[in-house]
Design a protein around this ligand. Structure first.
Ligand SMILES: NC(=O)c1ccc[n+]([C@@H]2O[C@H](COP(=O)([O-])OP(=O)(O)OC[C@H]3O[C@@H](n4cnc5c(N)ncnc54)[C@H](OP(=O)(O)O)[C@@H]3O)[C@@H](O)[C@H]2O)c1
Length: 274
């Protein structure tokens, strides 16, 4: 299995392959399967997922569409939450819940080892973070997980975790308009830790920015391609997992890897958040 250090800069975030509210099956399950297979055809070697998307819907679709997996595919999941019958996101941080979630993701995806697991913080986080991270470190030592990461985390939590087991990636919200993590990204780059932004295209409120439109028009590119190209050029430790439920959008997003923004573009885009 590849390591994160070997994957392409643009992967795929699978959260969108559900019904509304990240609950239940997608409106078009056949298109969801096509999206996953097209991603692999186009060279995607990094897919972000979780058992709590659906719940289970996305992992089941990934297995249906892609198993047996290409050997180079890195599947990264998340633990630390569960869904109730109404779709609410509930914390699931006890050591037993974390252990069970990793085993459940292994079973659902049908793999003996996960490429990565992120411990995702959320409102209502409880218990000792050190104990929770130690559970994941043990599972990694047992060979069930290749690399570990933190999501929705602070720089202090990264520091504490690093003293227990290596942090390979951080997954926080970040895009051209929301840059609260600027300092963290640079600090992680210095330490050789990948930063995998979620909501790279604005998430539930897709980006709509005049400046991005102007740069896109100059390059004959799309708004979303400029947003992704800006992230790729922002820092070499950024790996992307844009989410989509459509083959057309997937193809558009992956093509952003070929877009080069010049210094003038970058200055204009940088000014959006200033
Ligand atoms: N760790 C965490 O707490 C956390 C939280 C949220 C997400 N994530 C992960 O991060 C991944 C990315 O985040 P995300 O999917 O929420 O947000 P995103 O990638 O910023 O945006 C996805 C939204 O943009 C639309 N979109 C995608 N490509 C487009 C294009 N080329 N043109 C126009 N619209 C486009 C999608 O709609 P269509 O489906 O119509 O394309 C969808 O509504 C997720 O898939 C998930 O794996 C992690």
């Amino acid at each position: 299995m590849k390591r994160l250090s070997d994957v392409k800069r643009i992967g795929y975030g699978a959260m969108r392959l559900t019904g509304p509210g990240i609950i239940g099956p997608p409106a078009d399950p056949d298109e969801a399967v096509r999206v996953l297979r097209r991603a692999i055809d186009l060279g995607v070697d990094h897919i972000d997922t979780s058992d709590y998307y659906g719940p289970y819907v996305v992992n089941d679709l990934i297995r249906e569409a892609l198993h047996p997996y290409p050997p180079e595919l890195v599947l990264v999941t998340k633990v630390g939450a569960r869904r109730d019958d109404a779709g609410a996101w509930l914390p699931a941080f006890s050591p037993d819940e974390i252990k069970e979630a990793v085993h459940d993701n292994l079973g659902r995806l049908g793999v003996e080892r996960l490429g990565g697991v992120n411990l995702r913080f959320m409102d209502g986080h409880e218990g000792s973070f050190e104990d929770q991270w130690t559970v994941l470190a043990d599972l990694r030592s047992q060979g069930l997980v290749c690399e570990l990461g933190l999501s929705n985390c602070t720089p202090e939590q990264v520091k504490i975790a690093q003293d227990i087991a290596p942090v390979s990636m951080v997954q926080n919200a970040y895009n051209v308009a929301h840059r609260e993590d600027d300092d963290l990204i640079d600090a992680l780059d210095d330490q050789g830790i990948y930063y995998v932004p979620f909501f790279p295209l604005g998430g539930f409120s897709p980006l709509q920015l005049g400046t991005v439109d102007e740069v896109a028009a100059k390059h004959g590119a799309t708004h979303m391609q400029v947003a992704l190209a800006w992230l790729l050029q922002r820092s070499p430790n950024i790996l992307l997992i844009p989410g989509t439920s459509s083959v057309a959008h997937l193809e558009e997003n992956l093509a952003a890897a070929r877009l080069r923004l010049d210094e003038a573009d970058l200055a204009e885009l940088d000014a959006i958040a200033a």
